[in-house]
Design a protein around this ligand. Structure first.
Ligand code: GAP
Length: 431
């Protein structure tokens, strides 16, 4: 298992993740994704969307606004209850989460204040008037946008229970102590499904979503032996939850929550019905009775997924007598699928042929790189470190018989293949 500094430094050096606003000294709890990071992120979000929206008949995707009417968060209980316990040091004035420190300040040993509840929602002002009625919040979970669109989905699509509504998007929490790289950020992304069921069937669908969550964990290449399920005990669950399982991961800084699976009962729809006056009941198509469905919620953090993938994929080994670092990313989520090299840079006919192959593959596969910098061994190492599964080298034999070498990232083995067959070869490997 790599330590966190190793992952953070690789992520920065190779253009996956940079500290937010870095040239101004940063902004705690914010991270910017570079070209490889955004590619990795898009791949795992697309995979989630394919598995849980496009791949099913019973789930509807939405993309709701991040800014919502403040009444949403009053009804959902976030204005009154979405807080963490805060203590402040009387000497150095730094703030800490009370559950993460002892009785003295960890920085200067000063005396800590009494515990206060600190609401984690970011407040903002909508419009020109700066009074209380203009206050809004950046959403602390994407789920809110799903519950307020429940009626729209029912009215437009007339789905029968059980059905789900899915959303991927940013969420914001003013964490008291953002830490551990992208694990605890103030701005992050979630992939959530609210799966609406009849109350008597919640246990069956809770189990289904437990399996589906594990299926996703496997599909993105998170090491399953590092994932552990934790039944969250009474008194420790979020205010809306009647049952929660946390999927924890062995991060370099300890075993911590990767994803959550919650049974939210009818808490949210009932609360929004009560506060908005809208009829949020479902009408049974046969019996014609009306009722508020219950909901199962698998909630997956995009950024924690990336961190767990990087920790699972990171490896160091020796190949051909040389030490190397590699990311054993699954081809489906690797930011670059294939890198094309001319054997040497100063032979125009090799470079032209390599460019030709590169353009053709790029048209079809998209995530293809071209590299002619340094010797081939160095180029292999560079691609290994960012998880590119295959490297194609165009050499003198290519000009004679139309074949190239394909080199496998994990084994280092090379095989010759016909240029004409490359597209089919990689397409098959990527499906
Ligand atoms: N809608 C339910 C919900 O938001 P949560 O357990 O508070 O539940 C769900 O968050 C997931 O969102 C977490 O399991 C984690 O993956 C991600 N997450 C939560 N807070 C985060 C933070 N500060 N930074 C990064 N990811 C976070």
């Amino acid at each position: 298992m790599p330590d966190l500094d190793t992952i953070v430094s690789l992520a920065k050096r190779r253009g996956f993740i940079f500290p937010g606003s870095e040239i101004y000294g940063g902004l705690a709890g914010t991270w910017d994704y570079g070209p490889l990071g955004v590619a990795l992120k898009n791949n795992l979000k697309n995979l989630w969307w394919r598995m849980f929206v496009d791949g099913r008949e019973d789930i509807y995707g939405i993309d709701a606004a991040i800014l919502m009417n403040a009444k949403v968060w009053k009804a959902s209980g976030h204005v009154s209850g979405f807080s963490d316990p805060l203590v402040e040091c009387g000497k150095c004035k730094k703030s800490f989460r009370a559950d993460q420190v002892g009785s003295k300040c960890p920085e200067c040993n000063g005396k800590l204040s009494e515990v206060q509840q600190f609401n984690m929602m970011f407040k903002t002002i909508v419009g020109a008037a700066e009074d209380e009625s203009a206050v809004s919040y950046l959403r602390p979970e994407t789920a809110g946008g799903i519950f307020v669109n429940f009626k729209n989905i029912i009215d437009s699509f007339h789905p029968e229970l059980p059905f789900g509504v899915a959303q991927i998007g940013k969420a914001f929490r003013n964490e008291i102590a953002p830490r551990d790289f992208v694990f605890r950020a103030r701005e992050f992304e979630q992939m959530e499904v609210e799966y609406f069921v009849r109350s008597g069937e919640w246990e069956k669908y809770f189990e289904e979503w437990r399996r589906e969550t594990l299926r996703y964990i496997e599909a993105v290449g998170i090491d399953k032996s590092m994932v552990h399920e934790l039944e969250v005990p009474d008194g420790e669950r979020a205010h809306y939850s009647r049952r929660t399982i946390d999927f924890e991961f062995d991060f370099p800084f300890g075993r911590k929550e990767l994803y959550g699976l919650a049974y939210r009962g009818d808490f949210d729809l009932s609360a929004h019905e009560g506060a908005s006056g809208a009829d949020l009941r479902y009408t049974d198509p046969e019996k014609k009775d009306k009722f508020i469905p219950h909901v199962i919620e698998p909630s997956l953090g995009v950024d924690r997924t990336i961190l767990a993938i990087l920790c699972s994929a990171y490896a160091e080994d020796e190949l051909g007598g040389e030490k190397r670092v590699l990311l054993k990313l699954k081809p489906a989520i690797a930011p670059i699928k294939v890198a094309i090299f001319p054997l040497v840079k100063n032979k125009p006919n090799l470079v032209t042929k390599a460019r030709e192959i590169y353009s053709a593959l790029k048209k079809n596969i998209g995530a293809v790189a071209f590299d002619d910098n340094g010797n081939v061994g160095k180029r292999y190492r560079r691609q290994d470190e960012i998880g590119t599964p295959w490297c194609v080298t165009v050499d003198y034999q290519t000009l004679e018989d139309g074949t190239v070498t394909i080199r496998d990232r994990d084994t280092g083995k090379q095989e010759r293949h016909k240029v004409a067959e490359l597209e089919l070869y990689f397409s098959k490997k990527l499906t």
